[in-house]
Structure formats: structure tokens, C-alpha cells
Design a binder for this molecule. Structure first.
Ligand SMILES: Nc1ncnc2c1ncn2[C@@H]1O[C@H](COP(=O)(O)OP(=O)(O)O)[C@@H](O)[C@H]1O
Ligand SMILES: [Mg+2]
Length: 220
């Protein structure tokens, strides 16, 4: 959920996810910082607990480190095209509150904060579901064109950037930590491109159908 005018360790909160908190970077309005949340503040559940445990046990394996490495590898492979649909990961910072990941903050073209997809099913807006579905398929084309193995299309990880001039929008992924991961026991989708392609197409269609049906489960 988007939280306004609240502070975390002195930083202005932008939003909380299941495992991390996203705050405004005091150094620049164009940037935010994401911190791994301590266990007692993160979302409960075994899967999240295991992910956090793994992140804590190995050096340089915080979610911030994982996401930064994955972003840099992707940027190296596809260049600036990454910026068309993915918020740039800029740097890792060490603070007294732990390791943080400095990222480009996504705004709407009119300068207001971009919101996750699910926001548009709880709030009045001028955005039509057709425009949102169109943007979701464009995002899918981007994943397929560059063969990006991103399967976690959780609507909390996808922000909608509203255009100024027309009733159009662009989807930005703001959470890459699951890039290159899939929940298959034998990860065939990671090994074989045609399976990968089909899986991405299925995930995109499922998201578009959820928009059509307006069956939005609120998620971080
Ligand atoms: N680059 C960004 N620009 C604007 N908001 C962001 C950005 N990154 C994250 N957020 C906000 O913070 C929330 C949690 O971030 P996320 O990286 O998904 O954390 P988690 O690892 O807990 O899933 C997102 O749902 C989004 O609302
Ligand atoms: Mg997330």
C-alpha cells in the first residue's frame, strides 16, 4: 500500500513491499532507496522467511545486492533499452540502517508518484482498462524481444506511468530480484527459450485478464 507522510528511520516512506521498504532518497527527488526490512517488520510466511534467511546468511546477498547485480547484468546485455520498462538501479549504499539500493524513482509524466497496477482498481482515475491492457502487452513484447526471464508479474512490482497528453500509460518494473528465477522443480523455462517465451506470454495474458475482470488481489 502506498503510504504518505510517514517516516521510517527519518526517511519519508514511499511504499512498503513484502520484504523491503522504499523511501525517498534525501539526495534527489528523482531517486528512492530500498532497504531490506527486519524480520519483525516484513511480511510473515515461510517462503518470505526463507528468502530473507538466505539473503542474511551469505555476504553481499541482501535483496539490494541481488537486485543490483541482476539489473547490471541485464543492462550490460541489452543496454539502455532496459530503461524503457525497468526502473534503473543506480547504486548500493551502506547506511546505519543497513544496505540500501538507490533506484530511479518512477513518476507519472505530470510529476505525481506512479502507482502500482492494483491501485487503479481501488481508486477513481481517468485511465481506461483498455489503455492499461495495451501497456501490459507492450511490456510483454519488451520482455519477449529481449528474452528477459521475468516471471513474477506481481502487480505490486509493476508501476503505471501515466502520460500527460493522452489516455495512455507505460509499465515499469521496479523489482528485479526474482529475475532469472522460476518456481519449477526442474527449471525447464530457464533452460529452453520456447518454454520461457510461452511462460512469459501466459503470465502477461493472465495479468491482462485480471485487468479485464478487475479481479485484483491487493499485493505488496
Ligand atoms: N523505483 C521505484 N519508484 C517508485 N516506487 C517504487 C520503486 N521501487 C519500489 N517502489 C515502491 O515500493 C514498493 C515495494 O518495492 P519492492 O521492490 O517491490 O519491494 P519487495 O522486495 O518487498 O517486493 C513497490 O510496490 C512500489 O510501490
Ligand atoms: Mg516486490
Amino acid at each position: 500500500m502506498t503510504v504518505q507522510h510517514q517516516l521510517w528511520q527519518g526517511y519519508q516512506i514511499i511504499a512498503r513491499g513484502a520484504n523491503r521498504i522504499c523511501v525517498q532518497d534525501p539526495a534527489s527527488t528523482d531517486q528512492c532507496i530500498k532497504f531490506d526490512l527486519p524480520s519483525e517488520q516484513a511480511k510473515p510466511g515461510l517462503a518470505n522467511w526463507l528468502r530473507r534467511r538466505k539473503a542474511m546468511l551469505f555476504p553481499n546477498n541482501s535483496f539490494a545486492d541481488q537486485e543490483f547485480r541482476k539489473y547490471k547484468a541485464l543492462e550490460q546485455r541489452i543496454g539502455n533499452a532496459a530503461r524503457n520498462h525497468i526502473a534503473q538501479c543506480i547504486a548500493l549504499v551502506n547506511t546505519s540502517f543497513g544496505r540500501g539500493l538507490v533506484c530511479e524513482r518512477v513518476y507519472n509524466q505530470n510529476g505525481t508518484a506512479a502507482q502500482p497496477i492494483y491501485y487503479y482498481f481501488e481508486h477513481e482515475s481517468t485511465l481506461s482498462s483498455d489503455a492499461l491492457i495495451d501497456a501490459i502487452y507492450k511490456f510483454g513484447d519488451f520482455l519477449l524481444r529481449h528474452d528477459i526471464p521475468l516471471f513474477d508479474l506481481n502487480p505490486g512490482n509493476l508501476l503505471v506511468q501515466l502520460n500527460n497528453s493522452d489516455n495512455k500509460c507505460t509499465i515499469y518494473c521496479i523489482d528485479l530480484k526474482s529475475l532469472g528465477q522460476c518456481k519449477e522443480i526442474i527449471p525447464l523455462s530457464l533452460w529452453f527459450k520456447p518454454l520461457r517465451k510461452k511462460k512469459i506470454q501466459r503470465r502477461i495474458s493472465r495479468l491482462a485478464n485480471a485487468v479485464r475482470a478487475r479481479k485484483f488481489r491487493k499485493s505488496p
